[in-house]
Design a protein around this ligand. Structure first.
Ligand code: KIV
Ligand code: ZN
Length: 398
């Protein structure tokens, strides 16, 4: 029987860091790892020990400072990579060696230049070696979604027999669709009974080339995956990885559908996104779900009116749920009188209906000319308006 706890495997410091402009120093990775620990992720993939001295140092440093989440290092299915990962992880409270090997014919032929039989041998041998060095070993058949299904099943069977404790089936190039991805998990689970018998965890790992990474991850969870690999702000190779904050929020807001629980502290989502933004010096786009600047901003008059009457009209979660200070009723040319009155009242001005009407006309005229309306603009409008209505002369300075 599948349990209902989904493990969050964060790979911001490994796959996320592989994104252009996102490389981090050891100190920056450590800062980020502390944030991820506070956020409640279960596993932090801290790097790829064999990739560089910097990655090795970052993994080793993180294992000594972070005690709660399990720390993982990526390794190719090669002796030297696996031994290097084990060395980087030697001081971890709880360690995981994450071994990957291509499974699609395309990757085997053009990238690795090996045949299927050799790949199966490498998969078995590398997982056995990793298991002799760590009790927790994840195996990823890379490019699983473009692989021949029978061959994928065969490779998974061998990895499970060799002792893999987690099988991660990556959509390496973001090619899959939710229906297909879910089906792959169901089929592999059915055709490799040892997964169930040995309590091996199935894991999703999705890239966003078609904008489907989060949808695919959720489909995998519906199909029984109990680990999800993701990154903060969805950073990662090319179009990025599945965004952690979106998966966590979806599992919570649509708990009626997914019925699973996680260790993620939702109120830390926005602060963690901000920490990453400061480290890599770029923020997610304003319309990014959950953590973008506009995720809780409303400009149109109809929406603002609805929000003031009852926030549920246009928000499916409160900003506070994910650690955002408050809803932002942005004043712009689509705003209505209700939002204008609300903002003026926040600024300490209480206007009659008639006064509001006058100020509103000037406000719309200004908003047509100006992209952002600041509080100072509103105060300016108010004083102008009141002065005009009292027939006071406008000074030359105005
Ligand atoms: O996208 C991918 O296939 C990966 C593996 C190394 C897990 O990142
Ligand atoms: Zn990846």
């Amino acid at each position: 029987m599948t349990n209902n706890r989904v493990v969050f495997f964060d790979t911001t410091l490994r796959d996320g860091e592989q994104s252009p402009g996102c490389s981090m120093t050891t100190q920056e990775k450590l800062t980020m790892a502390h944030s991820l620990e506070s956020l409640g992720v279960d596993i932090i993939e801290a790097g790829f020990a064999m990739a560089s001295e910097g990655d090795f140092a970052a993994i080793a440093t993180i294992t000594q400072a972070i005690r709660k989440p399990r720390i993982a290092s990526l390794a190719r299915a090669k002796k030297e990579d696996i031994e290097m990962a084990a060395r980087a992880l030697q001081f971890a409270e709880r360690a995981r060696i994450h071994v990957f090997l291509a499974v699609s014919d395309l990757h085997l032929e053009y990238k690795l230049k090996i045949g299927r039989a050799e790949a199966l041998d490498q998969a078995g041998e590398s997982v056995r070696l990793a298991r002799s060095l760590a009790d927790d070993v994840e195996f990823s058949p890379e490019d699983a979604t473009r692989a021949d299904r029978d061959f994928l099943v065969e490779m998974v069977r061998i990895a499970v027999e060799a002792g893999a404790t987690t099988i991660n089936m990556p959509d390496t190039v973001g090619y899959s669709t939710p229906g297909e991805y879910g089906l792959m998990f169901r089929e592999v689970r059915e055709r490799v009974p040892a997964i169930e018998e040995k309590g091996v965890v199935l894991s999703s790992h999705c890239h966003d080339d078609l904008g489907l990474a989060v949808a695919n991850s959720l489909a995998a969870i519906e199909a029984g995956a109990r680990q999800v690999e993701c990154t903060i702000n969805g950073i990662g190779e090319r179009a990025g990885n599945a965004a952690l904050e979106e998966i966590a929020a979806a599992l919570y807001v649509r708990g009626d559908r997914y019925g699973v629980n996680t260790g993620i502290k939702l109120e830390s989502l926005y602060p963690t996104s901000q920490v990453l933004g400061q480290i890599i010096t770029f923020k997610p786009s304003p319309n990014k779900a959950v953590v973008g600047d506009n995720a809780f901003a409303h400009e149109s008059g109809i929406h603002q009116h609805g929000m003031l009457a009852n926030p549920l009209c246009y928000e499916i979660m409160t900003p506070a749920l994910v650690g955002v200070a408050k809803t932002n009723l942005v004043l712009g040319k689509h705003s209505g009188r209700a939002a204008l009155r609300h903002r003026l009242e926040e600024l300490g001005f209480s206007l009659t209906r008639d006064e509001l009407q006058h100020v509103y006309y000037s406000f719309v005229a200004l908003a047509d000319r100006k992209k952002n309306i600041y509080d100072q603009d509103l105060i300016g409008l108010l004083t102008d308006n009141i002065r005009l209505r009292r027939h006071e002369p406008v000074s030359e300075l105005d």
